[in-house]
Structure formats: structure tokens, C-alpha cells
Design a protein around this ligand. Structure first.
Ligand code: DLL
Length: 455
């Protein structure tokens, strides 16, 4: 073999080696998920989806099963192709199975009632808490609240997101917060006047209760320093708004949220009171038909579905809220450009909201069925006394129980009430009924009679 031939062959081999190296490098670049992800995570929608896929085994399996690989989960992908998440999914992964961050990065946990058994837990990283504070500050500012205002926070503190959610947001804005929590109306009215509260946060039913209580004590709206109230956690009407405004002499604004999305602050009303502005920089909203599960056009009433865009601890993809409402992107007179949701007009499941507390009839059934003296016939009767919801649980008991003394009967009744309280955290009145006293149904049993006015 001549020297020239050897040189040519070496050059060819060298070229082939270099070529395959360059190819492999180019291939790696094109396929390296971290590079693809870096590019994608610029878009918050993709960032959230990839965080969920990468860090939550539930989502990895769900998206894999649906044939939606992370590559397909892109800015250009249609969110309608992604599977939904439900409260049952969260309950099934109780307590921390839906967290995308290790437990030592979770700085807070809240919880809300689940359909049966376990509650659903909600985790927050430090950044999540900061974002939440920003969203509540934004909510309060939209109602004209400024640094230096004094917010009386009568939402319940604890696992419920209302109390602490409003608390940190108001501090973030620079308000003075009075963490009075719910109840003790006498003290609420005294503190309101003595401290000079200029803003109020509580459920709409409690705001009305406070208004009535003030009137009963001879207080006029102008005797109360409050200018504005932020009322949510339960459905309420514009008629009730007018009554709260008249009773307390305030602007009464709606605030919407749910534990699964982090709590209050998902959407808020501005002073135009023309629907709630959705914080679209943090939550992507869709309205779907609860039967076909297909997205509905703007303006049509359906079930609200959210995808979180910024939550680190618990990103959720297409979470079905079960709240029925419509969305508009028509400009608002306030100048904000975000889409607005209507007041929720009901739910597509059987969850009841009693004085702001979520109650699933199945939770009550679980308690009742664990008590041997109670027959499998019961009815939950929900009514409204004044502006407060009341709940009675009628249960059938065997003949023999009525042979007991009055004292024994009352003790039994109180025992059942206490067991329900332990699960629901709200007081219910248990009424013992004789056998066959509860009307039987030929079809579906009527377990819940909701006598509150249609919303
Ligand atoms: O209720 C969070 C919240 C606290 C919102 C304080 C506003 C103020 P959950 O206990 O998980 O979270 O209940 C969420 O309550 O799916 C709706 O059915 C209902 N809900 C919340 N806000 C409103 C509202 C809090 N403004 C569930 N209007 C939601 C109607 C509301 N329903």
C-alpha cells in the first residue's frame, strides 16, 4: 500500500470519527430533556406541567398512560389533550403523595375536607407562600385597601386557608392585621370600633350576621369604620351583597379560591363588581362541560378547571373544581385585562357548603353507619336561619332505643352530634326518628334536602 493510500485512508477514518462525534453531539443536544426543558420552562404553563411530570409519580403515570410524553407537553400542545385531576386523586395520595418537592422544602400544610375519610392536603414552599401573599395583596388593593389600613380578619385560622391566607396577604400589602378569627360577635363589634378596622374579611353569611348584630345593638352603619369587605368561601348572591353593604355601610366584594389551588386569591372582584378577575398569571382557567368533559366556549356555564402555573410544592394539571360558572374576557371598566369568572352558581358534585365549611354527605353517612343503633335511613336537612346555614341530620333508630329514659336518649343524641363534629368541625343538630319515619324513595334515596333559596 502506497504512502498516499495510507494518508487518504487515515483522513477518511478521521473524518468518519469526527463526523459521528459531531452527530452524536448534535443528537444529544436535540434530545437532552434538560435543554429542552430549560427552553420550555420559560413558559409557565409548560414549567408547571414538567414539574408535575418530573416530580410526582402520579402525574408521570397518568401522562404516560394517556400517551402524553413530556415532549408533547409543550407550549404548543393543547391543554385539552391533558388528563384531569380530581379531589379523589388528591385524597388517594394523602397526605403528601402529590407534593413535587421533598418534605423539608414544604414550609406549610393546609387541608380541606375530602369526599370521605381523609382530607386533601395542600403544601407550600417558601416561594408559594410569597406568591399567595402577593395575590391576596392584589385582591385587597383592588378593593381600595392601602398600606396602613386595618383589616379585621374574621376568617377561621387553622387548616382552613381563609384565615392565614388573608393574614399574610394583608401584611404583605402593609396593613395592620387583627387576627380575630371567626365567632364571638360581641367582641368582633367592640374590636371593630375600638381599633378602627377599615376592612373586613369573613364569609358573606358572617358579614350579614355581624350587620344584624350591629343593628340589634343600636349601631348604625356610620358608627362602624369599615369601608370594604372581602367575602367568599361560600356562594352568595348580589341581593345579599346589597344587604351586607347597607347593614355595614361598606363595599362588599367577592373573593374566590379553593384549597387545592392554594386557597383564597385565585380570583377577586374589583370595585366595578362585574365578575371576579382571575389571576391568570398564576392559574390557567378553562370551563368544561361536566358531562362530555370538552372545553366550552367563552360565556357558557360549565365546570371550572384550573392548571396551576407557578405553584412549586403542588402543581396541579386541569384540576376539576366542580364549581359551575362562566368566564368572560370582555374588558372590565377598571382597566384590568384579566378574564373574569361569574359568581359560581352551583356545583357539579354533591358537596354542600355550610357556613363556609365544605361538607360531603358521604362524610356524615360514614359516621352514622359506624353507629350500630342507627338504621341505614337518614336525611340531611340544610336550611337558613336569618343569614346563617343550619344543618339537621335526621336518623332512624330502632324501637328499643325509645324505651330508654329521656336522659339516655339525649346522651345518645349528643354522642352522635359529637362524632359528626369530630369529622366535620361544625355543629349539626341530630334528630332521632322512629322506624319508617323517613320517607322512602322508589328511586334514588333523597339524602339531602337543601331548603336554602336557590342561588
Ligand atoms: O373556601 C378558600 C377561600 C377562603 C375562598 C376564603 C375565599 C375566601 P375551600 O375550603 O377549599 O377553600 O373551599 C373551596 O368553596 O370550590 C367553592 O365551591 C367555594 N367557594 C370559595 N369561594 C367562593 C366564592 C376556600 N367566592 C370551595 N363564591 C370552592 C362561591 C366559593 N363559592
Amino acid at each position: 500500500m502506497s504512502a498516499e493510500t495510507i494518508v487518504v485512508m487515515l483522513a477518511v477514518i478521521y473524518g468518519l470519527l469526527i463526523g459521528s462525534f459531531v452527530n452524536a453531539w448534535a443528537y444529544r443536544l436535540a434530545n437532552d430533556k434538560s435543554i429542552v426543558r430549560q427552553k420550555r420552562s420559560v413558559c409557565p404553563k409548560c414549567g408547571a406541567q414538567i414539574r408535575a411530570y418530573d416530580n410526582i409519580p402520579f402525574y408521570r403515570k397518568k401522562l404516560d398512560d394517556a400517551g402524553v410524553a413530556p415532549e408533547a407537553v409543550s407550549c404548543h400542545g393543547d391543554v385539552a389533550d391533558l388528563p384531569f385531576t380530581t379531589k379523589i386523586d388528591l385524597r388517594d395520595h394523602y397526605p403528601f403523595g402529590m407534593f413535587a418537592r421533598p418534605r423539608d422544602q414544604i414550609v406549610r400544610v393546609h387541608a380541606s375536607s375530602g369526599t370521605t375519610g381523609n382530607p386533601t392536603t395542600v403544601g407550600y414552599t417558601r416561594a408559594d407562600i410569597d406568591t399567595w401573599g402577593d395575590l391576596i395583596a392584589r385582591t385587597l388593593a383592588a378593593g381600595g385597601v392601602k398600606p396602613g389600613d386595618l383589616l379585621q380578619n374574621a376568617y377561621g385560622y387553622g387548616l382552613f386557608t381563609g384565615g392565614l391566607g388573608l393574614h399574610f396577604g394583608a401584611e404583605r400589602l402593609g396593613c395592620t392585621v387583627v387576627p380575630i378569627s371567626g365567632g364571638n360577635t360581641e367582641r368582633q363589634l367592640k374590636i371593630m370600633r375600638d381599633f378602627g378596622a377599615t376592612a373586613l374579611a369573613c364569609t358573606p353569611s358572617y358579614a350579614m350576621y355581624l350587620g344584624d348584630a350591629a343593628r340589634d345593638r343600636g349601631l348604625r352603619p356610620e358608627d362602624l369604620p369599615i369601608r370594604v369587605g372581602f367575602h367568599g368561601a361560600e356562594p352568595w348572591t348580589n341581593e345579599l351583597r346589597l344587604q351586607i353593604e347597607a347593614a355595614l355601610g361598606i363595599e362588599a366584594l367577592d373573593i374566590y379560591g379553593l384549597s387545592e389551588m392554594g386557597g383564597p386569591g385565585v380570583a377577586f372582584e374589583c370595585l366595578c363588581k362585574a365578575g371576579m378577575h382571575i389571576n391568570e398569571d398564576h392559574y390557567m382557567a378553562e370551563v368544561i362541560d361536566p358531562e362530555t368533559l370538552r372545553p366550552l366556549p367563552e360565556g357558557e356555564v360549565g365546570e371550572l378547571v384550573f392548571t396551576t402555573l407557578s405553584r412549586e410544592a403542588q402543581p396541579l394539571i386541569r384540576y376539576r373544581t366542580r364549581d359551575l360558572c362562566s368566564i368572560t374576557s370582555e374588558p372590565c371598566a377598571c382597566g384590568r385585562t384579566s378574564a373574569r369568572m361569574s359568581k359560581p352558581i352551583g356545583r357539579s358534585d354533591d358537596m354542600l357548603i355550610i357556613r363556609g365549611v365544605n361538607v360531603f354527605p358521604s362524610q356524615i353517612e360514614e359516621v352514622l353507619m359506624s353507629i350500630p343503633e342507627i338504621e341505614p335511613h337518614y336525611q340531611i336537612v340544610v336550611d337558613r336561619k336569618g343569614y346563617l346555614d343550619i344543618i339537621e341530620v335526621w336518623v332512624e333508630v330502632g324501637e328499643d332505643i325509645f324505651a330508654e329514659t329521656m336522659g339516655d336518649l339525649e346522651r345518645f343524641q349528643r354522642g352522635v352530634q359529637a362524632q359528626i363534629y369530630n369529622v366535620l368541625n361544625i355543629q349539626v343538630a341530630v334528630k332521632l326518628k322512629e322506624p319508617k319515619a323517613i320517607r322512602r324513595s322508589e328511586g334514588k334515596a333523597v339524602r339531602v334536602v337543601d331548603k336554602r333559596k336557590a342561588l
